[in-house]
Design a protein around this ligand. Structure first.
Ligand code: AMP
Ligand code: ZN
Length: 137
């Protein structure tokens, strides 16, 4: 078997608090949650990062995220949720198997959003133009 923690969890070789499974996706509670109900949704197929994941596998994962989120809100009383993907080590990805964090939110739970920084108008214009050019077919 591929030597990957989340492949082993998806196959059942390593135990987890499983909450959902279908033919493409496996979902289980994060072992170090930011809030109760924090769930990791993974494609069963191994991809190192979200950037390398097929559109089909990512679409299946995102569809499962919303199902799992509704269940988490009903089960825990959460009133909303954040969805996050750490894509690449520089973005904080530690486990190199694509996973989507679904993090239930409660009023006044104290979680902070990421910070913001100033970017000049000229850099905004150049970045938008460069990206738009790269995105042309
Ligand atoms: P990331 O930083 O996006 O790679 O997140 C990896 C996540 O996997 C962290 O939130 C960990 O708490 C979680 N994690 C690591 N090992 C396990 C495990 N055995 N079962 C459940 N969650 C895990
Ligand atoms: Zn894997």
């Amino acid at each position: 078997m591929h030597d990957c923690l989340f492949c082993k969890i998806a196959s059942g070789a390593i135990p987890s608090h499983k909450v959902y499974e279908d033919d493409k996706v496996f979902a289980f509670l994060d072992i170090a949650p930011v809030n109760v109900g924090h769930t990791l949704v993974i494609p069963k197929q191994h991809f190192d990062s979200c950037d390398e994941t097929t559109d089909e596998a990512m679409a299946a994962a995102m569809a499962a995220v919303r199902k799992v989120a509704r269940a988490a809100m009903a089960a825990t009383g959460a009133e909303g949720y954040n969805v996050g993907i750490n894509c690449g080590a520089v973005a904080g990805q530690v486990v190199m198997h694509t996973h989507v964090h679904m993090m239930p939110r409660f009023p006044d739970d104290g979680l902070l959003h990421w910070g913001k920084r100033a970017v000049s108008e000229s850099e905004m214009q150049k970045t938008a133009a460069d990206m738009a050019e790269l995105l042309k077919n």
